[in-house]
Design a protein. Sequence first.
Length: 239
Amino acid sequence: MWKAHSLPDRAALTGVMPGVTLDVSVTETEPDFTEAGRKLFAGEWEFIWASSKVDNLPPMKGFEFALAGRSNVGKSSLVNALTGRKALARTSHTPGRTQQLNFFRIGDKATLVDMPGYGFAAVGKQKVETWTRLIHDYLRGRQNLARVYVLIDARHGLKEVDEDILLTLDKAAVSYQIVLTKADEIKKADIPSLLERTSAAIIRRPAAFPKVLLTSSRDGLGIEQMRASIARLLSERGA
């Protein structure tokens, strides 16, 4: 079971539903990357590569950011919501349909990586184990990987199956940020406690970015904030 630690005095929690009030740490001088995020994702994203083996990855060009999460957490739907396209990434109600590392690039600025889901999938055990090795090998060895956005189903929260990915990222010192998905499917009254539990679970993890994002691909909740987060990241890395 996940153990909650004490929260900081001011929790950095973003993407909150209307009607839910939380204490968000933002200084008056903090730059706003909302417009930069909009412009970034309004550009021409194109599918460039698919890799089923770590020795078949595309040449490193610019920075990459990846979306990881359990099977059926909504990764492909989030890719489509972020880019404003209905079918850039293939979506399915069947867990495990994303079976490779899929790379989407916008010019020379950045590459988005849609990763296979880990955990349960409606395929054979051996194939799931192959995907899992691919995921971990990619996360450990990609030098231009700027951040991994770890998607967590808001209905279920962090689970033991997420621990292996977070541990791999912590050991490899790869920055990651928790993104709660499918927020439209939970009650508004449950949002504050969910965000507090999630923040408490990662507060002592060395590679975790402290802000937890709350999103819904269906109604657009938190999409603007996530775009801004990625734009800020790329700006800080000099992209």
